[in-house]
Design a protein around this ligand. Structure first.
Ligand SMILES: [Zn+2]
Ligand SMILES: [Zn+2]
Ligand SMILES: [Zn+2]
Ligand SMILES: [Zn+2]
Length: 373
């Protein structure tokens, strides 16, 4: 029988060894597998995370990477759908009483007989979801909205209609606008792969010890926007075991629930007082824009007036973060270029295409359907 031994080392780290224990023989062959990570890493980590990660198809998120070994082995400064090492933390016991662990990177429990035999034979502790690719950014853009007049963050989704006629299917991205004067020129207007937002509870950012840092990743932004559009109950809870902010994604962001599985420590006993979808992006959004106001734009456009133009059409979506003293615009967003020159980048209330008025809800449905998560 192969067993796992947890050995406390002098510096407080816990080493994991696989030990071959034949009946009555405790001096069996031992194999070093790696180190178990501290459960409360979230609270002892730096205020500003060094790297954030996410994966396609996740139902919960562990966003920050603080395992030094995983950080050191990352393939570069950013990566999309790459292989990243396991990050193992103790996660209580299995139903049969055996120890259980959780892989923060791949969001899977570890410690079954099969897992242990494989670890003993290879000397590598890898979870069952190890082949699941992960996207990551080291030192993501770090933004303090209070330093700017206006900040807008959106979940960027594929356009619903393009002049090329083909359906565009892609992963969600994060789109960021920064203005240093109200409704002035944008000093930043681009997609970013992930974003860190810092804010203080009372606006006094630098004296406050309660500065909050929230990481916005593409799947978290997508989950927030789709939940907002469909009016699902959202809130936010922290894991009482490890302190990590609980982030529901995918399937878990489509149905409000009371019992939550923590993506950072693998414990499943976290309860919210009522059924909800938990995301730290909700308090972030509420902080800067507690009562979102939308105005339906009344500008009109007919794409048919621009034969041969290149264009892309989206439904506008609510901002993930909106810091501005003016309402958000709701309507249909159009990019249109003639002979390679961008003529239109604006939101309209009415858009005619091939003689018919487009409906925002139809466009949004196509965008959501074509977003790969
Ligand atoms: Zn793993
Ligand atoms: Zn936890
Ligand atoms: Zn949950
Ligand atoms: Zn635009």
């Amino acid at each position: 029988m192969i067993a796992i031994e947890r050995v406390l080392e002098a510096d407080g780290t816990v080493a994991l060894w696989a030990v071959n224990r034949t009946a009555g023989d405790l001096s069996g062959e031992r194999r070093f597998l790696g180190y178990e990570q501290p459960v409360r890493a979230y609270q002892s980590a730096h205020k500003t995370p060094i790297a954030v990660c996410w994966s396609d198809g996740g139902t919960i998120g562990h966003v920050e990477i603080f395992n030094r070994d995983v950080l050191a082995a990352l393939p570069g400064q950013n990566g999309e759908n790459v292989s990243v090492g396991c990050d193992i933390v103790a996660a209580g016991k299995m139903r049969n009483g055996a120890d259980r662990w959780w892989c923060r990177t791949h969001q899977a429990h570890w410690g079954t007989k099969t897992d242990i035999v494989a670890a003993y034979s290879t000397g590598n502790l890898v979870c069952s979801s190890q082949t699941q690719p992960v996207s990551f950014v080291v030192n993501p853009l770090d933004l303090l909205p209070d330093e700017h007049a206006e900040v807008g963050v959106w979940c960027s989704m594929p356009p619903a209609i393009t002049s090329a006629g083909l359906q565009v299917r892609r992963r969600p991205k994060i789109h960021l606008h920064i203005r240093d004067e109200a409704n002035g020129i944008k000093i930043f207007d681009n997609d970013v792969s992930a974003l860190l937002i810092k804010y203080g509870a009372r606006g006094d950012l630098f004296s406050a010890t309660d500065t909050t840092t929230v990481a916005i990743t593409p799947p978290a932004a997508f989950a927030l926007v789709t939940a907002l559009e469909e009016g699902r109950p959202m809130g936010h809870i922290d894991c009482k075991n490890c302190g990590a902010p609980h982030l529901d994604l995918g399937e878990f962001s489509r149905t409000a629930h009371i019992k939550h599985l923590c993506g950072s420590c693998g414990r499943d006993g976290i309860r919210s007082s009522e059924p909800l979808i938990s995301t730290p992006l909700k308090p972030l959004q509420d902080h800067f824009n507690p009562e979102p106001v939308f105005i339906d734009v009344d500008r009109r456009l007919s794409i048919d007036d621009f034969p041969g133009a290149a264009f892309a059409i989206w439904a506008s979506t609510p901002a993930v973060l909106w810091k501005a003293d003016r309402p958000q615009e709701r309507g249909i967003h159009v990019h249109l270029s003639v002979n390679g020159k961008r003529e239109i980048d604006e939101t309209f209330g009415s858009v005619i295409y091939r003689g018919k008025e487009l409906k925002r809800a139809d466009l949004l449905a196509v965008m959501i359907q074509n977003t790969l998560t």
